[in-house]
Structures are given as structure tokens and as C-alpha cells.
Design a protein around this ligand. Structure first.
Ligand SMILES: Cc1cc2nc3c(=O)[nH]c(=O)nc-3n(C[C@H](O)[C@H](O)[C@H](O)COP(=O)(O)OP(=O)(O)OC[C@H]3O[C@@H](n4cnc5c(N)ncnc54)[C@H](O)[C@@H]3O)c2cc1C
Length: 482
């Protein structure tokens, strides 16, 4: 029985009777746009997402139980989202989309058809196998975290986490919140927090906004994306109105407090992100929202050997061609998995991928929109690439891996005294990256401390924790085919 977006009960189908034409993994802007476009072109689709409600990160919204009178107030593009939801509802009712909410895909088996294995439900105790001729990976991104002394204190949250608390839970992480790190998400987060009533004493940006202007492609990319400039101007005006101070080329180098945040020290950075001695200033606050950009979530594809590329911000994304095919037959990608570029680009790519999969022509305007938005995304990414000097703000006691409580000193010992030359060896020697988050939090920092630059996405057969009973029930397909 198909479910509608307002009915998140996942269908507990052990296996689809007949393979779908298309299985879309991820119901964010990219996945939603792809599923409704493909269904509109006559394909039978499965739309799987870990979350109970569609929307992904950008369209996060409060559950009906919270009784939010104006959920649209925290979104600039709410009408676009409600239009997508209406199209999803129509296709679900017509039986062309099965919206499989609460399905976390833990592995994808290539073949004809592809076979996706998912754990189902909040406790992850159910299981499902979904078969489809084509698969679209629209699993989005997660935040890059760089540690600093005090970052494990209660009151320190990620910038995206602060957005999520506000958009989905209607709560603020504090009353006086310093927003810090690097990337365009900081301005969006600070603007939302200030608009929701928080005092934001400073936005502390490690990069340099002038970096945008210095790039050789800057003028063209900026002129071709007037909407993005307007969005930036809107955030800037709001921050000005709320007297939020912007501190470029600076970083939070220490958080103060005993059992929760009471303030931060902010220092100027040089061009390599090294703190400039003698520039530290203390700012009182009760929360810090911090993030250093986003990293594409692509384990399901890298496990299968899909080719990757390094983006201008150092993040690793899937290689796709103009049609959005990955290097694996039948596996397509759209949105942040192809390189972080924002919700607008994700919508465009979702539609292009769906048209290509359905074998329909792609309007030239859509391809041009993709190129313009990718160029803009590359410009932003280059300006916010972390400099190597950030490790200078660490102390030996700073925890790098929070799950396994591994401090900087143990990682340096593994590198300098035991000869570890990469993140994987450091992990084996110290357990950094072996905890619940599987290195999503500490991976970039460990790789940097190990001297290996950005971490390559791990090749691991399970994209999330899977109950042993479910693994035992999973019968792998013989190598020759279905
Ligand atoms: C925490 C966070 C907060 C953000 N906040 C903002 C903001 O306030 N403003 C802004 O402009 N941009 C924000 N962004 C960036 C913005 O969300 C993205 O640009 C946009 O949502 C990209 O769309 P997408 O469809 O590619 O991915 P997403 O919107 O991230 O959607 C991906 C979906 O895939 C699902 N998924 C992932 N892995 C699996 C799996 N294995 N099985 C099943 N489902 C899976 C996820 O649950 C998610 O719903 C944020 C990003 C993050 C990570």
C-alpha cells in the first residue's frame, strides 16, 4: 500500500514483487525533484529516506504535533517545497511513487535490477529490500567539523544542527549564540537564529569574503547568479538590522565554561588559518554554532568503487557526466553527492537526472542553470577551503574523536612516534574514528593531523549500523546476476 507524505507509516515490504523503474535514495530537494519528475514521465519509483518526513536538510520543518502556525517563516523557498509535496502526494495516490519513509539504505548491490537493503523504523529493527532498474543517489551531505579546545562542552552545536533545532524543533541552542567556522551556511544560520530572537554577538568566519572577488572566474559566476547575490544581501541586511558583527579571517580558538559554555576566545587568522598571536578577544555567550562546510555523503557509491573527485574546498564528491551518470551502470547522482552546491542546484540536478533516466530530452535552459549554479558553488567552495594552519589552535588535551575520547596528543604520538602516515593507521593505533559516528565528526581532523590532507571516503560495506540478525538474513546475490 503506497504511503502519502502525511502518512509516514513505512510499508513493511520484505521485497518488491516487481522491480521499480527507479529507486531514489534521499528525499531532500534533489531526490524529491527527481522522484516527482520521473513519476510524471511515467516511471514507477520508490523514494527511500531515513527520515519520517520528506524535505531533507534544507526543507526541514516542524512535525504537525508541534502545532507551528507559520512553518514557512524559517524558509525563503516554502512555496517551492509545498508545490513539490503536492506533486509527491499526487504521484503517491496514483501509485507511481512508493514513499518509503524511515528506510535507511545500508548497502546497494549493483546488477539488473539493483538491490537496495534498508533498515526500517526509528529503532532500525525492521528490514526491507527494494529492487530497481536504476538508482539515484541523492543522499546529501553532512557537516565538516574541525575541533578546538572546549568544543565538547554542552552548548556547542553544529551550525546545521542549530538550523535543524530551529526549523524542526522550534528551539534555540542558547540565548546568546556565537556562529563560527566557515562557509555560506554560517550567514543563513546566523540570520535564522537572530530572526528567531537569539542575540548573535558575532559571526566568526575563518575564510575571507574578498576571496570570492579575487578568483579569475568570479565576475562571470557572480553575474550569472543574481539570485544568490540577492540572497546574500538579504542575509546581510538582516544581520545588520540585528547588529550582528561579522569577523572575517577569524576563528573561535577556545570555548570557556565549566559545565556549559560561558564565552569564547576569537583570534585573527593568517592566510593559512594560523591564529595570529596576541589577537585573542573574549566574547560572552551561552552557545556556539560552528561548522566548516559540508561533505558529500557518498559511502553507498564509494563502497562500490564509483569514481570520485576533489572539489575546490577539498571535499570529495562523486564524478558524474553531463547526464548525471556515475561511473557505475544504472547508478546516477544528484545534489550534494555531486559536490556541495545548495538546494537550488539540487532541484535542478534532480530534474535533469529524472529526465535522463526516463530517456526524455533535457531542456537547454535546465543544463545552463546547472552549469551556472555549479560555477557559483565552486567559487564559494574555493573561498572557504580550510587552510592547513588550523591545527595550531589545538592543545594536546583537545579531544579530536569525541566518540572514543581520543585527544590530539594520542594522535600526534601515533604519527610522530609510531609512524602512522594516514588516517586509517591512526585509527588502528588510537581508535579515532571507530565510534558510533564512524569518523564523520573527526575524520577530516584526523586526516589532517596524520598529514594526509582531506580524508578519502571510507570504503565500508555498511553505511549505518545494522542488526546482526538482519545481516544474517541477507543473502548476497551470486556474482553473475539476479
Ligand atoms: C545539517 C545541515 C543543515 C543545513 N541547513 C541549511 C540551511 O539552513 N540553508 C541552506 O541554504 N542550506 C542548508 N544546508 C545545505 C542544504 O541542506 C543542501 O544544499 C540541500 O538540502 C541539498 O539537497 P540534497 O537533496 O542534495 O540533500 P539533502 O537535503 O541533505 O537530502 C538528503 C536526504 O538523504 C537522506 N539520506 C542520506 N543517507 C541516506 C541513506 N543511506 N538511506 C536513506 N536516506 C538517506 C537524508 O535523510 C536526507 O533526507 C544544510 C545542510 C546540512 C547538512
Amino acid at each position: 500500500m503506497p504511503t502519502s507524505p502525511s502518512d509516514p507509516t513505512p510499508p513493511q515490504r520484505a521485497r518488491t514483487a516487481e522491480p521499480y523503474d527507479l529507486a531514489v535514495i534521499g528525499a531532500g530537494p534533489a531526490g524529491l525533484a527527481a522522484a516527482v519528475t520521473a513519476a510524471g514521465l511515467g516511471l514507477r519509483c520508490a523514494l527511500l529516506d531515513t527520515a519520517e518526513r520528506p524535505g531533507g536538510q534544507y526543507y526541514r520543518h516542524p512535525p504537525p504535533g508541534l502545532g507551528a502556525a507559520r512553518p514557512d517563516r524559517l524558509h525563503h523557498h516554502w512555496p517551492a517545497f509545498t508545490a513539490l509535496l503536492a506533486r509527491l502526494d499526487t504521484q503517491v495516490r496514483a501509485g507511481r511513487i512508493d514513499h518509503l519513509a524511515g528506510h535507511h539504505v545500508w548497502t546497494a548491490e549493483p546488477g539488473e535490477p539493483w538491490r537496495l537493503h534498508a533498515v526500517v523504523g526509528p529503532a532500525g529493527t525492521g528490514s526491507a529490500v527494494v529492487e530497481a532498474r536504476d538508482v539515484l543517489l541523492a543522499t546529501g551531505a553532512y557537516e565538516r567539523q574541525l575541533p578546538f579546545p572546549g568544543w565538547t562542552l554542552p552548548g556547542v552545536v553544529t551550525a546545521g544542527g542549530a538550523q535543524a533545532m530551529l526549523k524542526a524543533g522550534l528551539v534555540l541552542p542558547g540565548r546568546r549564540i556565537v556562529v563560527a567556522g566557515s562557509g555560506p551556511l554560517l550567514l543563513a544560520a546566523a540570520a535564522s537564529l537572530a530572526a528567531a530572537g537569539a542575540r548573535v554577538p558575532a559571526v566568526v568566519e575563518a575564510g575571507d569574503y574578498l576571496g570570492y572577488a579575487r578568483a579569475p572566474t568570479a565576475l562571470g559566476a557572480l553575474a550569472a547568479n543574481p539570485g544568490k547575490l540577492a540572497e546574500g544581501a538579504r542575509h546581510a541586511a538582516l544581520l545588520l538590522r540585528h547588529r550582528v558583527r561579522l569577523r572575517p579571517r577569524s576563528a573561535v580558538v577556545e570555548v570557556h565554561g565549566e559545565d556549559r559554555v560561558t564565552g569564547v576566545t576569537v583570534a585573527r587568522l593568517d592566510s593559512a588559518w594560523r591564529p595570529v598571536p596576541g589577537t585573542g578577544r573574549r566574547i560572552a555567550c551561552d552557545a556556539v554554532a560552528v561548522g566548516h562546510g559540508l561533505l558529500p555523503q557518498i559511502e553507498l557509491a564509494t563502497e562500490l568503487g564509483a569514481p570520485t573527485r576533489t572539489c575546490p574546498d577539498g571535499a570529495v564528491a562523486l564524478v558524474v557526466d553531463e547526464r548525471l551518470r556515475t561511473g557505475l551502470p544504472g547508478l546516477w547522482a544528484a545534489g550534494e553527492t555531486c559536490g556541495v552546491g545548495g538546494a537550488d542546484l539540487a532541484l535542478v540536478e534532480g530534474e535533469i537526472a529524472a529526465r535522463e533516466i526516463a530517456g526524455r530530452p533535457v531542456p537547454a535552459a535546465l543544463r545552463a542553470a546547472r552549469r551556472r549554479r555549479r560555477a557559483f558553488a565552486d567559487l564559494l567552495a574555493a573561498a572557504h577551503r580550510p587552510g592547513p594552519g588550523w591545527t595550531d589552535w589545538l592543545t594536546p588535551e583537545t579531544d579530536v574523536c569525541r566518540c572514543e575520547e581520543v585527544p590530539v596528543a594520542r594522535i600526534r604520538e601515533a604519527v610522530e612516534e609510531l609512524g602512522a602516515g594516514d588516517a586509517r593507521t591512526v585509527k588502528l593505533l588510537t581508535r579515532a574514528g571507530m565510534g558510533w559516528c564512524q569518523g564523520r565528526m573527526c575524520g577530516p581532523a584526523v586526516a589532517c593531523l596524520a598529514g594526509g590532507g582531506e580524508p578519502r571516503p571510507d570504503s565500508r560495506p555498511l553505511a549505518c549500523p545494522v542488526p546482526l540478525a538482519q545481516l544474517a538474513d541477507t543473502v548476497p546475490r551470486p556474482p553473475d546476476g539476479p
